[in-house]
Design a protein around this ligand. Sequence first.
Ligand code: SF4
Length: 659
Amino acid sequence: MKTVICPYCGFGCKLLVDPQTLIVKPHKGKPNRGKLCPKGLYAIEFALSKDRIKKPLKRDKKFLRPITWGEAIEEISHRLLEIKEFYGPDAVAFIASSKITNEENYLLQKIARLFGTNNIDNCARLCHEASVHALKTTVGTGTQTNPYEDLENFGAILIWGYNPAETHPVIIRYIKSAKKKGAKVIVVDVRETITMNFADYKFIIKPGTDIVLANAMIHTIIKEELYNDDFIKSRTTGFSEIRMATMKYTPQYAEKVTGVPASLIQKAAKDFALAGSGAIMWGMGLTQHVSGVENVLAIIDLALLLGYIGNKGGLYPMRGQNNVQGAAYMGALSEFLPGYIPLENEKFRKRVASLWGVEDLPTERGLYLTELWDAIERGDIKALYIVGENPAVSEANFTRVRKALRKLDLLVVQDLFITRTAKYAHYILPASAFCEKEGSYMNSERRLQWSEKVYEPLADSKPDWEILTLVGKALGLPGFEYSSVEEITEEYFHLFPELEEKSVKDLKEGKEMFLPKKRLHTWEFATPDGKARLIAVEQIPPWESTNEEYPFALTTVRLISHYNTGEMTLRSPSLTKLMGEPKILINVEDAKDLHIEDNDLVEIETRRGKIRMRVKIGKVARGVVAVPFHFKANKITNNALNKAGTPEFKFSAAKIRKL
Ligand code: SF4
């Protein structure tokens, strides 16, 4: 049996795959402990799809024709160097993938930086970059603070804007186990989710009112003197500002704004504080707002006020794709070097440069993934190299993205399928699937895991690391002589003090390996004075407001059998059988007003366009419509960005019309 990391979510389940039959079974070890969700069970199916690209393709006018690898690499590198010579290195941008291995992400950001640009980013920008910014500012480290298993020992779990029962189904077992031991579970969302089946408190709030609810909970905790005085005095700064700022956020005020009864806000805040220890888990419901960074700051304040960090609690920004944590950690972000080290850190930057055989690396922040489309429109970006990402569907307001893609002088897409994005490409390079290569992945808790090769790459496809090695070499970059994936693993191990003494052999043999070095029970805040920052935040309204013409607040949600833009799940026959037709969820009273019944076809329109979908009447706040994120929702979502560059996928003013 081969041990392979699930190619879907960031929980990081290990699959056991029989190389002869390709039957998948759950691995008994951590983190999945003998369980898998349907996506993991049927993970191999998309890799066997007849739609896989088998040879490098080049566009000749409207048609794609097969070319050899030699021709493809030669022509692509020649065009990239030409563009660099004419417009400078910042006219080229690279998009990494949260689905490829650490080694492959590491290589792509290395290519970008040695090429001379920090225009390297990945889809973390669309999900948890707001969490990274808030966590780095407050506790000094931009990642999840504790392993999953700690969840089972906390007295309370607050789940905010996050529906693990559908997005990370296996983690529900940890939550259930905590509940069995008596933990109180509070779930906050804009609709009734399956996760709420496990909740003691189900708070269905109006979209964009998270800060008001968090501040009202803080207000209650301060008023009732339930905060952890010792922790606040010895380990934090900013308490008096928080006390002042949250005075006006009474539970009664919060009831009016959020729709949650004041008495329940008070009761939940007290239960959370009196539990003595607690975790806060959150997802895109918090981060995909123009107030994304501030939303996360507000819930971190809540945790710090109670000293819920380290052995008393944990902060869990739950990662979306299987290697989004790894992609970010390996440096596939435009504002950070590997390990989230800022570009301005000269000592580290020069250390990386010397490891790579050059004197220094570019210092200016690169463009965020979400800033690229305007930059292409302006003519600042001429070439884009995309690995395993599908912005023509995944970006907010995607019509403008498609327009920008058409404008490029050079678009290279490295992927398994001719995705919606690849349809605009000048060159398409066939990558091998996850089960056709080996390498390491990092899950949401920063567990490093090795994934084995189950069978040889399909047809003429190549593992991404091999393709990137060829490209780096053809570009004339130093050090691109890798003949095995382990050589790249060894190289990135040297960059991180946490890994320096570890061996790749141990990783391959499945020995437990975490970043950071120590479990965080003796938490040291990585801030200049070693103290965590409590940062007061005020309510920030969504970018758009509802009005007579657009009376609904549209938000996006995820479904258990679908995954992101559907390129993988729609090619899995077992998963497509499980999926129903994606439907828009609306409140029963709103449905009555609009004379809409279950399953009716409606048109949903925002300021950016229209889509059609069938209706499901269900438990969602009045005035809110929830649209499955997969496939076409982003035609109408809002691309207004927060401070971390994440679009406001979770709020667009919309109208609905029965067809
Ligand atoms: Fe894969 Fe996530 Fe499901 Fe585990 S929970 S099997 S990692 S999709």
